[in-house]
Design a protein around this ligand. Sequence first.
Ligand SMILES: CCCCCCCCCCC/C=C/C(=O)SCCNC(=O)CCNC(=O)[C@H](O)C(C)(C)COP(=O)(O)OP(=O)(O)OC[C@H]1O[C@@H](n2cnc3c(N)ncnc32)[C@H](O)[C@@H]1OP(=O)(O)O
Ligand SMILES: NC(=O)C1=CN([C@@H]2O[C@H](COP(=O)(O)OP(=O)(O)OC[C@H]3O[C@@H](n4cnc5c(N)ncnc54)[C@H](OP(=O)(O)O)[C@@H]3O)[C@@H](O)[C@H]2O)C=CC1
Length: 347
Amino acid sequence: MTARYVLTGEGFYFVGRFLSVGGVHHGGSVSVRAFILVSATSVSVLFIMAAGSVFRAGLFNHRVAIVTGGATGIGKAITAELLQLGCHVVIASRKSERLEAAADELSQLISSSSSASITALRCNIRQEDEVRNLVASTLRLHGRIDYLVNNGGGQFSSPAANMSVKGWNAVIDTNLTGTFLCCREVYSAWMKDHGGAIVNIIADMWRGFPGMAHTGAARAAVENLTKSLAIEWASSGVRINSVAPGTIFSKTAMENYKELGPVIFQMAVPCIPAKRLGFPEEISPAVCFLLSPAASFISGATLKVDAGQSLYDSVWDIPDHTAWPEPPEGENVGALRDMVKKLKPKL
Ligand SMILES: CCCCCCCCCCC/C=C/C(=O)SCCNC(=O)CCNC(=O)[C@H](O)C(C)(C)COP(=O)(O)OP(=O)(O)OC[C@H]1O[C@@H](n2cnc3c(N)ncnc32)[C@H](O)[C@@H]1OP(=O)(O)O
Ligand SMILES: NC(=O)C1=CN([C@@H]2O[C@H](COP(=O)(O)OP(=O)(O)OC[C@H]3O[C@@H](n4cnc5c(N)ncnc54)[C@H](OP(=O)(O)O)[C@@H]3O)[C@@H](O)[C@H]2O)C=CC1
């Protein structure tokens, strides 16, 4: 049995998981989890199907969220969890087919008694007018926007020296400017007067991001943007935080890197203290937590969800070389030379 505490809008619950059947993140298999909720006044048992949320069902009833990139990978897991919590979710990205397919599939998670709904809207977050339309359409549809999850984004792997300006700009425009545009538009059109919560998905760029320097720069900038907005928008009742995933496997994430996909994900495993990849369903609870009343005193923060990867190892290998300038001559360099001479085996 695992146990955890969940603070909801209505009280402090002890949540004990006493039954777990099947894998939580094995695509295609249905897992059944059961939770016992104990509050001051009641004890109830809640069953959640298909990799369900650990949060109380109905926590986000009648709330409205926009999730960019909500049709695939991490965004799809966030959308699924928000739906199970009763939220109206608008998913937004560029490819209509993927959006429609995901909306069809995820609508199956909505029980007949739930007030939740899912809507797919096409939007390229790099285009200011499209972001404006996304926000206006959401307001027309639901009359409010409580949550924004800036998850849409991406990059390609390349040594920085080989990046064209066009490629660099594509990644900066998507991950940094796209996030900024979504934040600004949602704030101006709704949250300025009504408050709300925003979560920005960033990355494990704490020691740079060699091999993907453009995205490292963009995500570090988003982390800083998050802090600025947390202060600027506090007086509107807006909380804004970041989630920094480690290496998270999903079908789409792998396909995006084409033949490099399996190599990149395989290379990462030894660098992860958990010695396995993460899965989208391990990111979505952190996002829902930061959106929820349980995080009502958290703003401007970053939650790393990386099994400690950022503290550990890097996939970037630096080959042995003698390219560095010699150190300045002096007694310490001399002492090191003497030591090395003594250590050398006599021939
Ligand atoms: C080798 C060591 C690597 C280190 C590995 C570390 C381990 C990390 C593990 C993985 C962690 C991260 C995972 C993820 O983030 S998964 C999510 C991935 N999803 C996506 O990336 C999806 C979205 N991606 C995109 O939309 C695009 O990639 C992008 C934003 C870059 C551009 O999209 P857009 O469609 O607008 O642009 P174009 O395709 O027209 O390209 C514009 C220019 O960008 C350059 N470019 C694009 N792709 C590549 C490429 N594969 N290689 C090199 N250059 C590329 C190029 O200059 C394009 O212009 P041209 O086509 O005119 O040349
Ligand atoms: N997987 C991982 O290991 C990590 C992922 N991340 C980040 O997490 C986020 C989700 O990634 P993940 O789920 O793994 O990968 P996916 O490729 O499945 O998700 C990326 C999503 O972003 C959408 N997107 C990309 N560009 C745009 C755009 N210009 N406008 C609107 N939507 C866009 C894509 O939809 P469409 O193509 O239809 O527009 C897609 O749904 C990304 O920002 C990713 O970079 C961060 C750290 C690690």
